[in-house]
Design a protein around this ligand. Structure first.
Ligand SMILES: *Cc1c(COP(=O)(O)O)cnc(C)c1O
Length: 496
């Protein structure tokens, strides 16, 4: 008789069920009371390290039940909660609970969505999700794409596809040295991914042309055309215009229609970074704002931002998906991933940088069905209305200055009502005051904002991608900001 293998990693059915039920109970309690917790405990790294007891690698095992109960305690009580109704920092959304269950299910089955044969139903679900996302933002169903880890990767994936498409064939065999000097065009508000891409993928920072912005903070299209013309006359090879649909600081959407027309006229690749803002294109009221979107050769968007997916989920959509396979496909001898009884089988490893891939699509696919397009129209427009309310309340408040409002981003700063804004170094003082105020607010745990600098003004920035936020929260945060602003001003003016 052969011995039955007993694996210490295996969990017996009853044990898994018991530990799993307990975990689900704890998570249910956590989600239903999340508004009663501080947004963040604001603990120092040393305090957190103490919790982990400075332990070395365990030699032997511990029961799953004990481990999960400890891990649950650590995570639920020592985390920053971006699912809290008063979390408005950076661009991280509250996560849809169905996404958590989807990740559990996906990890349990564990399909490798690199190849169809390894993930038959998961691959088809990801394909359907791509088609739905294209439909959601209003581009042709011929767009194809892939889910990636986030906005940076989504932009990289589109950027490389565009560069391969635009450069000479020699790029693949002989590298960038063999090609003309490729140049790319984007506005000064473009997210830092573009610098990372230029450095990592060998184009170099000098290949980026930073185009100035107009008074509306959009790329100045006249300056864009002039710069391209000058580059052409100097022997450079312009390849790509990058538009931003919802910039990180203020939510500004570039004039996509005009950028699309210039790209078309000059035969350049048109990439749109819509990591944050593009889901708003689903709103009938935003149709004009996003006009030109449907002309993009590639688009980056982040389901883990304004579609409320748990981290991580980014997405690249490409008008002609052939450019993805042209860039990313290779066929080693040991892969036997061809067709399935004559039918085309799509292998996602040929669509992007990753080889083995997890099943990120499940959560996005389920969320899109749980509330449908109309559910998203409701949530996204409510987020925008809340950001507008914040702007109006700040505008009316005697100690607050409302600065900008686009999509669901509002910027404001604290300016004490008795403060003489014409005195020497007034702006320096206000910058210091608002920076200190922000630091205080971030550690205080009552709410969470991030910052922006708008025309030399350091300000507080709220980005509302949070389906748990209500009007009451907006009224309350106005009170919190003015109360803490007053305290900070008093203590600062004393020390001055
Ligand atoms: C958030 C964001 C990114 C980066 O996305 P990650 O998911 O953080 O990698 C890029 N561009 C824009 C416009 C963004 O808002």
């Amino acid at each position: 008789m052969t011995k039955v293998r007993k694996s210490p990693l295996e969990m017996e059915k009853d044990e898994f069920r018991k530990v799993g039920y307990k975990l689900i109970d704890d998570i249910s309690d956590f989600i239903s009371t999340i508004d009663q917790k501080p947004v963040t405990p604001g603990e120092k790294p040393s305090q957190l390290q103490k919790l982990l007891e400075n332990r070395t690698l365990p030699e032997n095992g511990t029961s799953a039940e004990l481990l999960l109960s400890k891990a649950t305690e650590l995570l639920l009580n020592h985390s920053l909660l971006n699912g809290h109704p008063k979390f408005f920092g950076y661009i991280t959304s509250s996560a849809a609970p169905i996404g958590a269950l989807a990740d559990l299910l996906a990890a349990s089955v564990n399909p490798n969505v690199g190849a169809h044969i390894l993930s038959p139903i998961a691959t088809e679900i990801e394909k359907q999700t791509m088609a739905w996302l294209a439909e959601f933002i209003g581009v042709s169903p011929n767009y194809g794409g892939i889910l990636v880890s986030g906005g940076n990767m989504a932009n990289f994936t589109g950027f490389l596809a565009g560069r391969t498409a635009m450069a000479s064939e020699k790029l693949k065999t002989d590298g960038l040295n063999a090609t003309e000097k490729l140049t790319i065009y984007c506005s000064k508000t473009t997210h830092t991914w573009i610098e990372k891409a230029a450095i990592l993928f060998g184009s170099g920072l000098s290949s980026i042309r930073w185009i100035k912005t107009n008074t509306a903070n959009q790329m100045d299209t006249a300056a864009l055309e002039e710069t391209i013309k000058a580059d052409l006359s100097k022997g450079f090879k312009p390849i790509m215009i990058i538009g931003t649909a919802g910039d990180v600081s203020t939510g500004t959407v570039d004039d996509l229609k005009n950028l699309a027309a210039i790209s078309k006229k000059l035969k350049l690749w048109f990439h749109i970074d819509g990591a944050y803002g593009i889901p708003a294109a689903v709103l009938p009221s935003c149709k004009t704002l996003f006009e030109g979107l449907e002309e993009a050769d590639s688009i980056a968007l982040d389901p883990h931002k304004w579609l409320y997916s748990p981290l991580e989920a980014g997405c690249t959509l490409v008008k002609n998906p052939k450019h993805l396979t042209d860039t990313y496909s290779s066929h080693p001898d040991y892969y036997n991933f061809g067709s399935h009884e004559g039918e085309y089988t799509q292998n996602f490893y040929e669509f992007g940088l990753q080889n083995s891939r997890g099943f990120k699509a499940l959560k996005v696919w389920l969320m899109l069905q749980q509330i449908g397009k109309n559910g998203y129209i409701k949530l996204i427009s409510e987020d925008i209305e809340l950001a507008q309310l914040l702007f109006e309340l700040a505008n009316r408040h005697e100690d607050l200055e409302a600065l900008t409002q686009n999509l669901s981003i509002t910027t404001l700063r604290y300016v004490p009502k008795d403060f003489d804004v014409n005195q020497d170094n007034a702006n320096d003082y206000l910058n210091k005051l608002n920076e200190e105020l922000l630091n205080k607010l971030q550690l205080g745990g009552e709410l969470f904002l991030s910052n922006a600098v708008i025309q030399d003004k350091y300000c507080l920035r709220a980005c509302i991608v949070n389906f748990r936020t209500s009007e009451k929260d907006i009224h309350e945060i106005i009170d919190i900001i003015s109360r803490e602003g007053d305290k900070t001003h008093k203590s600062l003016s004393k020390t001055n």
